[in-house]
Design a protein around this ligand. Structure first.
Ligand code: PGA
Length: 258
């Protein structure tokens, strides 16, 4: 069975004290309620990574992700953070290709492929995001869009590195909007993604890749999304900023796995 992952993307939120308090609260709860097949992941802003790593590093199955990394190893890139720097903090994962990065910072498939390689070289686990906009969905282009996002990036990886990848399906129209994909729609798109991976790497390998759903996942809709066969967890934005909400979503996965 694929491992399940409940991931919180804090985006550009929290001060140092607030981030430390949230990580600590989550750490206490996850430590008391472990599950061998359910991983917990938090992605705080860069300045808080180290504090969060200290809070969770002793807890089995609890990991920290960066929200982005630069594709180059080092050099004159003012304001940027390399994969090596992130790994040197004890961070294990990195989100790559979030729609906000694609939209606001012009991250193309070519850049994202370079970021994937940079992360893998540092043994970071990429959480690679794909998803269509509302306009693309209205034009029935969602499958083509996802195919293109994966073909030029994840599908270009070495066979051996696929095992290291987590994919997040995040329909852009559902992110931060309160509009969630229905479980049926999420399941359908997760199968689309698995089939694309399968064409490049084979069925057996595609079956091992966790595919998370992201986009207005909350305590109310989490259980129905997790009931889908190909939904292996969630990448949670807004609801991950509140410990109770995030842990309620995590509990929905623990219940499914009980
Ligand atoms: P949301 O964000 O849960 O606030 O919709 C999800 C994401 O962007 O990862």
């Amino acid at each position: 069975m694929r491992r399940k992952i409940i991931a919180g993307n804090w985006k550009m939120n929290k001060t140092a004290n607030e981030a430390a308090a949230l990580a600590q609260e989550l750490a206490v709860h996850v430590k008391m309620n472990p599950h061998p097949k359910v991983e917990t992941l938090i992605a705080p802003p860069f300045p808080f990574l180290q504090t969060c790593v200290r809070s969770v590093s002793e807890i089995p199955g609890f990991h920290v992700a960066a929200q982005n990394c630069h594709q180059e190893k080092s050099g004159a890139f003012t304001g940027e953070v390399s994969a090596e720097m992130i790994a040197s903090l004890g961070v294990s994962h990195v989100i790559i290709g979030h729609s906000e990065r694609r939209t606001f910072y012009g991250e193309t498939n070519e850049i994202l492929k370079a970021k994937l390689n940079a992360a893998i070289e540092q043994n970071l686990i990429p959480v690679f995001c794909v998803g269509e906009t509302l306009e693309e969905r209205n034009n029935h282009r969602q499958v083509l869009v996802i195919e293109e996002q994966l073909q030029h990036t994840v599908c270009q990886l070495d066979y051996a590195h696929l095992r290291q990848i987590v994919i997040a399906y995040e329909p852009v129209w559902a992110i931060g909007t309160g509009l969630t994909a229905t479980p049926e729609l999420a399941q359908e798109m997760h199968v689309v993604i698995r089939n694309i991976i399968s064409k490049s790497f084979g069925h057996g390998s595609a079956e091992t890749v966790p595919i998370l759903y992201g986009g207005s996942c909350n305590p109310k809709n989490a259980a129905s999304l997790f009931a889908c066969d190909d939904v292996d967890g969630a990448l949670i934005g807004g609801a991950s900023l509140n410990a109770n909400d995030f842990l309620t979503i995590r509990n929905a996965m623990l219940l499914k796995m009980a």
